[in-house]
Design a protein around this ligand. Sequence first.
Ligand SMILES: [Zn+2]
Length: 270
Amino acid sequence: MASKTYRKKTLYETLTDAINYYIDRGWDSEKSLLSWSNKLRIAANRENDNLDVTRNHLKAVYRRLVIDGGALRDQPVDGPNRITLNNIKPDLRRELDKRIFMAADLIKLNRETAINKTVQRFQGWVSSVPPGGTSAVDRNAQKQAIKSSLMEQSFINRRVAIDQGHKLASAVTHILSIQGGAIAFQWHSNWRRPGYNFRVDHKDRDDLIYLIRGSWALEKGLIKPVYGYYDEITAAGEEVFCSCKALPIYAPQKLPLEFLTEKGRLEFVN
Ligand SMILES: [Zn+2]
């Protein structure tokens, strides 16, 4: 029985109609090809659920780190506490909004690319159908082949979500550490993780300690940079798919000896 409410066709249904049309008829006119291409674009544009998935992923990261206090678990005992975390909530909330905005933008761009690729594949296939149509073609295989660029898109979007989630976590750690009075960050690279496509220059930074400019210990002349300042390098998680971490250090005593000035050594080394 036909439903009373008019339902728009899904991309898969539209693609099925388009492929069947050409299997039966073969190439007929430029006008009909443009019309089918347009229908595919409209149907593909409608199917955009990826942003919700990404938004939920980012909100979950935020909830775990900020609402549930998970960000404090990554901090040393002399680091910031729950009060510090609560005080900076508005800043962290802004980071979440920023990440959602960035992800939405990236996903939109990826979608446009994927839709163009899908339509291109469809048009390429149509140009290969002999005049008068064909029966030899495997309809499902064709549909899968043409749809695959959209499948690739959901894979890319998952990576966008993971990357933005990592950037959010990284920003939360950074803001919390600075507010908590951190004096340095120690770089941690995941280069040992199997299958991780690490950046060589990030691997080279592994375990190196970068001072935070303007920290209390620096102002007091207790410490000095050995490998430079953290603001002189790209931050952890800043570059695409970088999953490096910057681990905060709060006390001059926790730094290797070469970081202490004469004054610092007098105060902290007996
Ligand atoms: Zn990295």
